[in-house]
Design a protein around this ligand. Structure first.
Ligand SMILES: C[S@@+](CC[C@H](N)C(=O)[O-])C[C@H]1O[C@@H](n2cnc3c(N)ncnc32)[C@H](O)[C@@H]1O
Length: 228
């Protein structure tokens, strides 16, 4: 992956990001709801890392759910991060913004009790994903949780092809155009790396997480939770 190109793609999309993603990613809002809803109800997280916050659609929900938590919001797209920052007009030192590539991140062990991400990690190739999973385990406290939503491949080529065909149909029904679909498919071909859900659950177990599950799934999109 050329990280600058991914950043530039999302820089250019920033102004129209939310409208585009809601039109083109079926059940996007439900996925964000599930990402939050399946966290243990009795936990008040104190230090949260979000990988690939983009323009902050999930960051805002996180802040509402855990208003006292320290948030570190990371993205490679400076323009997206600027929009995200603007959504926290009263931000103080408790909310930090970091323009950085996932592969360059370094934090002390046990820094966060929650690491989250929404449709961002699939920009990494399998080896990079597995390294990031191990790092997330290290960055978490002993009772920490890694909770992310992402695009996955189907378990077989025919299932994957059905996911893509159903996705296209739903996107067109939601008002998208052939041109917009082509834009996503080109981005996908150049920058996305869809691995199967089974592989990612196995990599999380191998990384040392003791509980791994997928509490929500629709077509390519899965919510994956890994507890240390
Ligand atoms: C599809 S957007 C998702 C944004 C937001 N999380 C959401 O759910 O709407 C993917 C985000 O991941 C970021 N991203 C992709 N690859 C990255 C990398 N290697 N390092 C940091 N951020 C990356 C992009 O810049 C983009 O903002």
């Amino acid at each position: 992956m050329n990280e600058n190109e991914v950043g530039q793609f999302f820089d250019a999309l920033t102004d129209d990001y939310t409208a585009t993603i809601e039109r083109c990613f079926p059940r996007y809002r439900e996925m964000l709801w599930a990402l939050l809803d399946y966290l243990p109800k009795d936990r008040q997280f104190e230090s949260i890392l979000e990988l690939g916050c983009g323009t902050g659609n999930f960051s805002v929900l996180l802040h509402e759910a855990f208003p006292d938590a320290r948030l570190r919001l990371v993205d490679i797209s400076g323009e997206s991060l600027d929009v995200c920052r603007s959504r926290f007009p009263e931000a103080n030192d408790a909310i930090e913004f970091e323009e950085q590539d996932f592969r360059e991140l370094t934090y002390d062990n046990g820094t966060f009790d929650l690491v989250v991400s929404s449709i961002a990690i699939h920009h990494l190739v399998p080896d990079e994903k597995q390294r990031l999973f191990r790092q997330c385990r290290d960055w978490l406290t002993d009772d920490g949780i890694f909770n992310f939503a992402d695009q996955c491949a189907g378990a077989t080529d025919d299932l994957y092809a059905r996911h893509i065909a159903n996705w296209q149909q739903l996107t067109f029904q939601a008002g998208s155009t052939a041109e917009e679909w082509e834009m996503w498919m080109q981005h996908q071909q150049e920058h996305d790396h869809h691995d199967t859900l089974a592989d990612q659950l196995a990599w999380l177990t191998k990384a040392g997480f003791t509980v791994v599950d997928c509490p929500w799934r629709y077509l390519l999109w899965s919510v994956i939770q890994a507890r240390k």
